[in-house]
Structure formats: structure tokens, C-alpha cells
Design a protein around this ligand. Sequence first.
Ligand code: FES
Length: 169
Amino acid sequence: MPACAFNCASRSSGRISVGGLKCPDELKADAYNAVSLMSFGDQVAGGDPGPESWRFIGPVPELTKTPCRVVHATLDRRICLFYINGCFFAMDARCAHSGGPLCEGDIEEVNGVLKVFCPWHDYDFSLHTGESQMGLKQPVFPVKVEDGSVYVKFNSPLSLTPLSAAAKE
Ligand code: FES
């Protein structure tokens, strides 16, 4: 399974590693992550979104072992589930610029905002809002932790393993 490449030392001096950043209370793993929900179908060509609901991803102890996991959706789509300094974030895995793999991007704090940097052309995207300084906006999805499990609000089934063809129907 692809992992995030945390390569903060290679960044310019204006960027700060996430290592010292504190997670705001409202974004901690035990609280609802009230990031803005965008319509997946509106953001990604070919989408046919169903009803949004909370989709079980997995138990917190498992999902806090690594800073980024690929979560599989229907129609060969994926999202990145980030776990940074005690916070969960969910973002479309395919870069809004040209489809780069954001789950393999660097994560850094820039002026108080956690961002992922696309490994292909280095566009930045806020983990909170999906907004980029380059004028693009990446779909992001609400995350909640409830009874020791992580859920992402999404309009199709989600899984840590690729969904079977039957599950996609
Ligand atoms: S594909 Fe992500 S910045 Fe170009």
C-alpha cells in the first residue's frame, strides 16, 4: 500500500515540518472534523454521487499507525486518509491539477495551515479546506471518530482494500 513521503527537510526555509504543530481541539481524533464537504460528483468528472453517509474506515489504533493511507472508493477512485499530529483528514487522492498521487506528497505546516504538496508539480492543498495557492480546490471530506472507529462522510462505499467489482455496483 502506498505511503506518504514525509520529506520536509527538502523544503524551502519558509516551510515548517509538521513535527511541532499542535492539533486544534476541534480537529483532534476524538472530535468531529468539520471541514467543508464538497460534492464529489461536481469535482471529479464522471461522478454519479449517491447519498452521502458516514462510511466506516477502520479502528483508530490501526489508522493512527501511519500518517497516510489510501482508501478505495467506487469507480476506481481513492481518497487519502491523513493522520497528522492527532488529527484525521480526508481528501481526494487524485490531484486537481493533473491527477498526481497526493497520498505520496509531502505534508507540511505553512503559516499555521497543514498542507499536502503534490509530488508531481508541487502544488499545495490545505488539508482543512482543499484550497491551493494556485487557485485550485481539492475535494475534502468530513471525518469523525466514534466509539473507537474512524468514519468518512462520502457518497459511496469506502474500503482500505480495493473494492470488488460486485461492491462497485
Ligand atoms: S498533478 Fe499535482 S500539481 Fe500537477
